[in-house]
Design a protein around this ligand. Structure first.
Ligand code: ADP
Ligand code: MG
Length: 391
């Protein structure tokens, strides 16, 4: 394809000169993680919400095998159909064309290449909106590339993204900042490879102390992929195998009985603020809040969560504290359990939380007075006002 075929905004009343002056937002989505499909759905909603009179938009899809490609700017093709999530492979404009962001921070150029052809410059990008979940997107790797490129981007930086993606380090950071964390143990790849029997014994001891059931999770997963609730020793090996299919490092946690409460944090000019919290109702059709429950059978969360004023204030305080503990930027969704004893325990943060208009994060902000297009705009504006590098 040629640069003339680049996706452009629908209304073209202004001259190309005027168009160029709009900040150019590259929406990067898809990617190599198991959350590819959800990322595409989210990107569709973001593309639809971005005000084209204010921004010029360049959609860049990353295929499941990691190729960056120009995709059609057609949000309507990016929705869930027949209980199936969309795929970047079906949206790409050319089978073998690739796009790349120059790592020369002076240029901020996007380059388009096809095999055997001279790469073409597609112009500069002012800001990247990484709409990517999980590894190679939400975990600091993409953020590192953007730092090298000198292009500011929406959301957490390298360190916060990496910590937010790794359930071990996330808990360690939370704990060191005095945030309440539930009982867990971590199994590193070398430990398991060296002596799986000793690891099993350690887990059985842990269960002896905290009781079954246990949750076995990949350390760097997301969207409940690879997580198993284990009722007893008989199911343990299968659960470990399942977690390790997604990540050689895994965590074992005791079951936290209680309610699941989430809270959004958004960065305003005067600092991070918490949204009204939401409650994820207990799932009945599913074992727990798993992938199907989250996205396919989308259990409607309660916004705002039916909490007392004190509880609301407490969870909002903890959510902002989690944002600060990990040095997040832009946005975070902090997820808690409200235990039967009435205490909040933090489960995790998501630095790029589910972001379709029906996802919890946008719904919590909607209820707090920030609608979806404003949310998208605030995030882009916050990123445009930032620089890369130490900040
Ligand atoms: N320790 C736990 N006790 C009770 N439920 C849990 C526990 N850990 C996870 N869950 C359930 O599994 C879901 C997914 O786990 P989570 O740690 O949030 O992983 P992910 O990063 O995949 O979202 C949670 O929303 C919750 O419903
Ligand atoms: Mg979660």
């Amino acid at each position: 394809m040629s640069s003339e075929n680049l996706p452009q905004s629908p209304e073209r009343a202004e001259s190309p000169e005027q168009q160029r002056r709009k900040p150019r937002v590259a929406v990067v989505f898809g990617g190599r993680s198991s959350e590819h499909g959800i990322s595409v759905v989210t990107a569709g909603a973001v593309l639809k919400a971005i005000d084209r009179t204010v921004y010029d938009v360049l959609p860049i899809g990353i295929t499941t095998d990691g190729r960056w490609a120009l995709t059609a700017d057609e949000p309507e093709r990016m929705a869930i159909t027949d209980r199936r999530t969309p795929d970047v492979g079906r949206l790409v404009e050319s089978e073998d064309g690739t796009v790349a962001l120059s790592v020369d921070p002076a240029s901020r150029e996007v380059l388009y290449s096809e095999p055997g052809a001279v790469p073409k410059a597609l112009g500069g990008v002012d800001v990247v909106f990484p709409v990517l979940h999980g590894p190679y997107g939400e975990d600091g790797t993409l953020q590192g590339l953007l730092e090298l490129s000198g292009v500011p981007y929406v959301g957490a930086g390298v360190l916060a993204s990496a910590v937010g993606q790794d359930k071990e380090y996330m808990k360690r950071v939370f704990r060191s900042f005095g945030l309440p964390v539930g009982p867990y143990l971590v199994v590193r790849p070398r430990e398991w490879d060296r002596d799986p029997a000793a690891v099993r014994e350690r887990i059985v001891d842990f269960a002896g102390e905290h009781g079954w059931p246990l949750f076995v999770k990949p350390a760097r997963g997301g969207s409940s992929v690879g997580i198993t609730k284990v009722d007893g020793l008989a199911g343990l090996d299968e659960a470990i195998e399942e977690a390790r299919r997604h990540d050689p490092k895994f965590l074992v946690e005791s079951l936290l009985r209680g309610r699941e409460i989430e809270c959004g944090v958004l960065e305003f000019a005067d600092g991070p603020r918490a949204s009204v919290p939401a409650e994820i109702p207990p799932v009945t059709a599913h074992e727990f809040y798993d992938f199907e429950a989250k996205y396919i059978d989308s259990a409607p969360g309660l916004v705002p969560a039916p909490l007392t004023e004190e509880q609301t204030a407490e969870v909002q305080r903890l959510a902002v504290a989690a944002f600060e503990a990990v040095s997040c930027e832009g946005l975070v969704r902090a997820d808690f359990f409200l235990t039967e004893d009435g205490d909040f325990v933090i489960n995790e943060i998501n630095t790029l939380p589910g972001f379709t208009p029906i996802s919890m994060y946008p719904r919590m902000w909607q209820e707090s007075g920030v609608d979806y297009p404003e949310l998208v705009d605030r995030l882009i504006q916050a990123a445009l006002n930032r620089t890369t590098g130490l900040r």
